[in-house]
Each structure stands twice: as structure tokens, then as C-alpha cells.
Write a protein that binds this ligand. Sequence first.
Ligand SMILES: Cc1cc2nc3c(=O)[nH]c(=O)nc-3n(C[C@H](O)[C@H](O)[C@H](O)COP(=O)(O)OP(=O)(O)OC[C@H]3O[C@@H](n4cnc5c(N)ncnc54)[C@H](O)[C@@H]3O)c2cc1C
Length: 357
Amino acid sequence: MTPKNTDILIIGAGLTGLTIAYLLKDSNLNIKIVETRNRVGGRIHTIKSNNNTTIELGATWIQRPHTQLLSLLSELKMEIFEQKIGNTAIYEANTFTPAQDVSLPPNNDPSYRIKGGSINLINTLANFVDAQDILLNQKVEKIEVSKDGLKVVTTNTEFLTKQVISTVPPFLFSNSIQLSTELQDNVKSVLNKTHTWMGESIKVGLVYEKPFWRSTDFIGTVFSNVGPITEFYDHSNFQDSKYALKGFIKNEYAKLTKEKRLEMILRQLKKFYGDQVNDYLSYEELVWSDEVATSMPYVDYVMPHQNNGHKVYQNTYLHSRLFIAGTETAQNFGGYMEGSIRSAQFVANEILKEHQS
Ligand SMILES: Cc1cc2nc3c(=O)[nH]c(=O)nc-3n(C[C@H](O)[C@H](O)[C@H](O)COP(=O)(O)OP(=O)(O)OC[C@H]3O[C@@H](n4cnc5c(N)ncnc54)[C@H](O)[C@@H]3O)c2cc1C
């Protein structure tokens, strides 16, 4: 097989990978992105239900301190809208006391969603890259040091590249991609103890014809310790023409079937809203621990946010040709979309500095 040549090979077409390509778009460097999934976005995964309602199965919310993400959105002329939570929420403290209405304090620090869905950001960034330079269904299996650079072997192609930027979650990178020259033990140990943010979560959404859950003060916000639902929110679109409820259920429900999860969710919602919960138009869910391009079981317990932004992520490897990027590697806001942008900025700046000197 004759390897394809490139200057920079980015592994992963998630938010970090696409932002790096965007930031390097005027650099004259030849950049290719290889992605194991059959879609772009990674942990950003917005789907359309059968009646065209947008459901976020991955990243959804942005907050004011997410300054780099907000300025990127504004540069790309993309709009956000507030996630309303209402003045009252339903709260289930435990199994032996009934659900109660609790007043919510004034929401001085609201969360925001991207108009049209988080995937709009991904698609907008992807549009700056030549379509033929984003290669889907290409799982990187091996990176070998060669005389002229790095050889990257995917399921069906080989690339010869001057530099590689991995945006694969560090734990997955360390445990699923073979390197011809092993990383030092102290570096490997950090990668193996970097938690993949939200890798165990389960997102669920229910689409309805009408938002029957809304009343004067209440708009669908639920917090529960009883389960399966842990938190639920109104997930209707910006125009308020498509209606949905969406949120998280407890991670341990991953072991059940989809049908069983739905049955238990409906049973819980029925306590709040009655039989109308059964009239859903569609049920959408994603069990992120089943996503092999995001998650794999840890050997030992790894604490969320452990090692985010560790100094090993500020170095390069394999003769200065390999960067380990991605949201978990960011020094601030690691795990969040904001972390992806910051990681992308760090790597793009390093590359630009090197090529300008
Ligand atoms: C359920 C859930 C809810 C979330 N909610 C929020 C939120 O509300 N707000 C927020 O800010 N953040 C949220 N996040 C986090 C946010 O999604 C991430 O911070 C961000 O999307 C990470 O982007 P990334 O590019 O760094 O990593 P990823 O999106 O994981 O991208 C890595 C890419 O690498 C690909 N890949 C993996 N292995 C290989 C391989 N061997 N070869 C080729 N490609 C490979 C993957 O398929 C993926 O596309 C959430 C995440 C999840 C899962």
C-alpha cells in the first residue's frame, strides 16, 4: 500500500480536531482528519427524531465562563439561546417521600444551547475543511516512527505525515492505538488515569406533540435521587415549535435493554404528568459506555476530571511529532466543549509558532 502523504494528520473529527483544522486553515499546511465513526462530532451528537425534533445526545449546554467557545461561536456568526428552567422544579429526594415542588432561586447564571443544535457548530467548522480531507470510517490502529515522519496505519489506509495530533480521549488513545515507540511510563500512567468526561453517561429524550409539562412556574425541570431519571429539562427548540423532554438517567441502567429503560422512564414521568407521557412521538437515547470510539472500561477507578490539563499534555512525543490533544488535556475547563477549544488553540499555536520560525 502506498502511504498518503500529509503535513498534519489529526485523529478524530470531534470539536477539538475540527477546531484545530479551522485554526490552521490559513497556514498552507496539508491537513487531513481521520475519524473512526461514520459521522463527525464525536461527543457532540445531535439527532433528528422522526418528526424533525432536534435531540442532543451529547454536549448541549454552554455557560458564560466558556469564553473561548462563545467567541468562536460569535466569529462563526452562530447564535445561542437560554436553557429555561422555570421558577419551580420537581424534586424527588428518596424512595419513601413523594415528589415535591421546590422553588428555584433566580437563575443568574443560565446555560445556553446552540440554535439548531450543537451539531451546527461541528458542521460549520467542517465546512472550512475540504470534504475529501475528512476521512470517515478510518480507525487509527498504529503509529510508527519512520525516517521521514510518522506512519499512521488505519483500518484501510496508511498515511505518512510530519506530525500527528490525537484528539482521542487520552485513556482510549493509550489503550487502543499501538505506538512503535512506547511512551514513557510516567506519561502512560497519566493517560491511563485521565477520565473520559461523560463516558459513562446515558442521555435520553422524549418527543411530544405538545409541551403538556409546562405550567405558569414549572417548565419541566426535574431532579431525582430515585431514578432512573436524575435530571430532566424542557428540550424544545428555539422557535418553540417542536417539543421534547431530555436529560440523564442513572449510569447503572446501561445494563438494561432499551425497552426496559423506556418503560422505567415512562413509569417515573407518569407520577408527575399522568398517562399523557405514553403518547410520545419518539424515544431517543444513547448509552455512552457502549460507544467504543469514546469509552472503554478502566482497569482501576479513575476520578472524573483527574489529570485534566496535566503537564504531560503540554509536551510532544515521538521525536516532537505527536501531540496529545482533546478536551481532557486542556488546562482549564477540561471535559467541556470549552476545553476542546482551548486544547485546539494550544496545539494550533504551537504548530504555527514552529512553522513561522
Ligand atoms: C452525554 C454527554 C453530554 C455532554 N454535555 C456537555 C455539555 O452540556 N456541555 C459541554 O461543554 N460539554 C458536554 N459534554 C462534553 C463534550 O461533548 C466534550 O467536551 C467535547 O465534545 C469533546 O470533544 P473532543 O473533540 O475533545 O473529543 P471527542 O468528541 O471524543 O472526539 C474524539 C474523536 O476521535 C474519534 N476517535 C476515537 N478513536 C479513534 C481512532 N482510533 N481513530 C480515529 N478516530 C478516533 C472519535 O470517534 C471522536 O470523533 C458532554 C459529553 C457527553 C458524552
